[in-house]
Design a protein around this ligand. Structure first.
Ligand code: CP
Length: 305
């Protein structure tokens, strides 16, 4: 199925048709994965470039290539790449384009993905650019909401925590906003409110949202999306210490309720482990959906699905 983009730097690029097609192929890929994989990408090489820490994104992309018969070349940590010697992002990506058929890059600098696509001659995927975007997390979040709730239209979404720096929730919000009658409750301390780039998007599309600093105001929706306070983005560490435990979701908040609990992970303290065993705790299933969503995306961006 053709997509409307060659490179994926931001979920703002996706149309509703793109997202619907990726969702459909993700559900097909789940069957392929469960049947033991395939050789669909047998002639393809992925360059997996991670210049900022990752567990889920990196391992799931690399796992996808193995499950679809492809190969992976990898670089991790700026100190072990020629960026350490002063090579630009543009030159690095120009080189990687010659060694691979598709490139995935995580980098601490917001806007690094835009620099990468200046010179990418093969499809490029942003796997997180500082506090900017993390589009494949947004996509797997949409797949998860659909699988957990059976629909995307009409979803009442609560997002809690670090709305300022949380790139995953920025990416997810732009995608969920493509569906009808969605509403958002945004729960954060005043210092970590949702940035204008997202609230103006809601305003432009007539999407209803409320802002609050109380967790209790967000416990009545369909989905609650908890997020980590992003320690690594704070210049002033005392500010982080003040805010780090602003919200802790416990089993008593969501037990016996029809509310799906999501989190992009990693978590620190914001979801108590007593939530993990509840049937509506979806965050480990959400991470698992990263495999099928990325299977779909790689296959589609390489013209194989
Ligand atoms: N959700 C997510 O991006 O996890 P990692 O940082 O472990 O890749």
């Amino acid at each position: 199925m053709p997509l409307s983009f060659q490179h994926l730097t931001s979920t703002k690029q996706l149309s509703r048709e793109d997202m619907d097609a990726i969702l459909k192929v993700s559900l097909e890929m789940e069957k392929v994965r469960d049947a033991g994989g395939s050789d669909l990408l047998g002639d393809k090489v992925l360059a997996s470039l991670f210049y900022e820490p990752s567990t889920r994104t990196r391992l799931s992309f690399e796992s996808v290539m193995h499950r679809l018969g492809g190969s992976v070349v990898t670089a991790e940590g700026i100190q072990f790449s020629s960026m350490y010697k002063g090579e630009t992002i543009q030159d690095t990506i120009s080189m990687a384009s010659q060694y691979a058929d598709i490139i995935v890059m995580r980098h601490p600098e917001q806007g690094s993905a835009d620099k990468a696509v200046e010179t990418a001659t093969v499809p490029f995927i942003n796997a997180g650019d500082g506090p900017g975007q993390h589009p494949t997390q947004g996509i797997l979040d949409i797949v998860t909401i659909y699988k957990e709730r059976g629909t995307l239209d009409g979803i009442n979404m609560t997002i809690v925590g670090d709305l300022k720096y949380g790139r995953t929730l920025h990416s997810m919000s732009f995608l969920l906003g493509l569906y009808s009658d969605v509403t958002f409750t945004l729960v954060s301390p005043d210092e970590l409110k949702m940035p204008k780039k997202v609230t103006s998007y809601f305003d432009e599309r007539g999407i209803k949202y409320t802002e609050t600093d109380k967790l209790e105001d967000g416990l009545e929706g369909d989905v609650i999306y908890m997020t980590r306070i992003q320690q690594e983005r704070f210049a002033d560490k005392s500010q982080y210490e003040k805010l780090k435990d602003s919200y802790i979701l416990e089993a008593k908040h969501v037990k016996d309720k029809d509310i799906t609990v999501m989190h992009p992970l990693p978590r620190v303290n914001e979801i108590s482990t007593d939530v993990d065993a509840l049937p509506n705790a979806a965050y480990f299933r959400q991470a698992n959906n990263g495999v099928i969503a990325r299977m779909a995306l790689l296959a589609m961006m390489l013209g194989k699905a």
